[in-house]
Design a protein around this ligand. Structure first.
Ligand SMILES: NC(=O)c1ccc[n+]([C@@H]2O[C@H](COP(=O)([O-])OP(=O)(O)OC[C@H]3O[C@@H](n4cnc5c(N)ncnc54)[C@H](OP(=O)(O)O)[C@@H]3O)[C@@H](O)[C@H]2O)c1
Length: 490
């Protein structure tokens, strides 16, 4: 298939997208409108109480973003008309039956019009409340599938998942779908209905105990982590994403289903706005913390593969996967990752961040460059625990006795510091599976997708080959400066 044919495939197609107000969803919407202005319509489902609010959200949270500046420029005074012709906000919520769409006539129109459904919506919080994560990532996926199956012209459902649904693995990991009820612990069976009942039961218990909102929240968060670990997943996010995949595979019937599994999505690499991203995510917290002088060490194996993948590469792969897999009655998984062909490890990130800060140091108020020391990498959890005990836990114990001697004068401070200490310990445990992750994601299916694209002059338009990423250049000249310019002063 030529690039032209892929873009051409989108002509006159009607695409229903969830999660367009999020980071990846926006890149997808913009790219489709740019590469194929003759797409028939994009229906964007957004969380909103009514059509008016949905429209406002799409205009302010999606279209108004600088990501759409190139389109704005291209269409000039015709931009607003182009947007109102092509982009149709829909008020709803994937957690609800019928995706929360209350307008019956609109629903009938959608069932008749939609060619492709793209489900990007999710909660990406590792330590989300179990009820919330299950509702969005599992029931949400189910509702999207039910919706797609009701569309008479449907050609495929593309669902964005995550590569880490595989849990903590070592070695080569293939692009394999889950069996319904599969777990990562031998002998365990996962009954999603039972998980739903468990949540209802726990909530009733909490209600009977007259628990506060905060107590309910932490109980639900703990329940998520507990159930995830019981079945072999490291956190609630990947556990519920895995369940979402299982349900989709189970319910799809003959509907073509594509599941994209990206790893850690970073800012745009090559597309129109290199470095564009939204929000501070995973590794960006480290970069920012280091640049601010608040983080000096990193907990992780220096050789461990970080598996970054820029957002534009993920979106390009999504678009090609849509064109290639539409109307094929199969289910296919794509790892959209870099570990197999062009690995980037922890020490590379640490070195690039240091190099960038050397060339672009933070200044004191007097205009002097602040000297940065190299990122210290802590190679094991045990050395991290020793550091935490010596540097924080022992002084905290000292403070405990001082507080006791002073009749509780520093109680508030002590409480706050213990809370912070526990939070750091908890987060180190939650992120540990990724900073010590030993798996390599095979991308045979994705390579196959690349192979379907016949070489042509403009492969860059939809390039999704991670082999072409120059990590040093990307990190030092694009990703790190983009984060620091945007967030360092905030
Ligand atoms: N970011 C990464 O590094 C990464 C890596 C691998 C996979 N992924 C996957 O990629 C997808 C997109 O991630 P992202 O980083 O773009 O996430 P994001 O920025 O947090 O966006 C999430 C989107 O989902 C929407 N959403 C959440 N709950 C919803 C509901 N109940 N009904 C309708 N919409 C709902 C949000 O809408 P609101 O604006 O209303 O909140 C938002 O538009 C997710 O499926 C995620 O699992 C992300």
């Amino acid at each position: 298939m030529e690039i032209g044919n892929i873009v051409e495939f989108l002509r006159d197609k009607t695409i229903f997208v969830t999660g367009s107000t999020g980071f990846l969803g926006k890149i997808f919407v913009e790219k489709v409108l740019r590469v194929q202005p003759n797409v028939k319509k994009l229906f964007l489902l957004v969380r909103a109480d009514d059509a008016e609010v949905a429209k406002r959200r799409v205009l302010t949270d999606v279209i108004a973003k600088e990501l759409f500046d190139a389109l704005r420029e291209k269409h000039g005074i015709g931009f607003d008309a182009f947007v109102s012709e092509k982009v149709n906000p829909v008020a709803g919520d994937i957690v609800c039956e019928n995706l929360g769409i209350e307008d019956y006539d609109l629903m009938k129109e959608l069932y008749k019009e939609i060619d492709i459904v793209v489900n990007v919506a999710a909660t990406t919080n590792f330590y989300e409340r179990y009820d919330v994560a299950l509702n969005i990532n599992v029931l949400g996926a189910k509702h999207v599938m039910e919706f797609a199956k009701n569309c008479t012209e449907i050609k495929m459902l593309l669902h964005v998942s995550t590569a880490y649904v595989v849990g903590e693995r070592e070695g080569i990991i293939s692009e394999k779908p889950f069996q319904f009820g599969e777990t990562l612990v031998e002998g365990e069976y996962l009954d999603i209905e039972e998980e739903l009942k468990l949540i209802v039961h726990r909530k009733e218990e909490l209600k009977m105990k007259k628990s506060t909102k905060d107590a309910e929240k932490s109980s639900m968060k703990e329940l998520g982590i507990k159930r995830a670990r019981m079945f072999g997943w490291p956190n609630t996010y990947v556990f519920t994403k895995a369940m979402g995949e299982m349900l989709l595979g189970h319910l799809r019937g003959e509907l073509p289903l594509v599941i994209m599994r990206p790893t850690i999505i970073t800012s745009i690499y090559k597309d129109l706005l290199p470095g564009w991203m939204e929000g501070i995510r995973t590794i960006d917290n480290l970069i920012l913390g280091y640049a601010k002088g608040k983080i000096s060490c990193f907990l992780g194996d220096p050789d461990v593969n970080l598996d970054l993948i820029p957002g534009d590469i993920v979106v390009n792969a999504m678009i090609v996967a849509i064109a290639v897999n539409s109307n094929k009655k199969a289910q296919i998984i794509y790892h959209v990752t870099s570990s197999f062909t062009n690995m980037v490890n922890c020490s590379k990130l640490a070195q690039c961040t240091y190099d960038y800060m050397l060339k672009n140091p933070r200044m004191t108020n007097e205009g002097k460059a602040i000297k940065m020391s190299k990122f210290r990498i802590m190679k094991s959890m045990s050395s991290f625990h020793i550091l935490m005990i010596l540097r924080y836990r022992l002084p905290l114990l000292g403070l405990f006795f001082i507080n006791f001697a002073m009749c509780g004068l520093c109680s508030n401070l002590l409480k706050k510091m213990w809370k912070e200490y526990n939070l750091v310990m908890q987060f180190s445990e939650i992120y540990r599976p990724y900073t010590f992750f030993k798996g390599i994601f095979e991308d045979v299916n994705l390579e196959g997708l690349r192979m379907t694209m016949v070489k042509c002059d403009d492969t860059t338009l939809l390039d999704f080959d991670p082999k072409n990423i120059d990590w040093d250049d990307y990190l030092i000249s694009i990703h790190i400066p983009s984060i620091l310019t945007k967030y360092l002063c905030k």
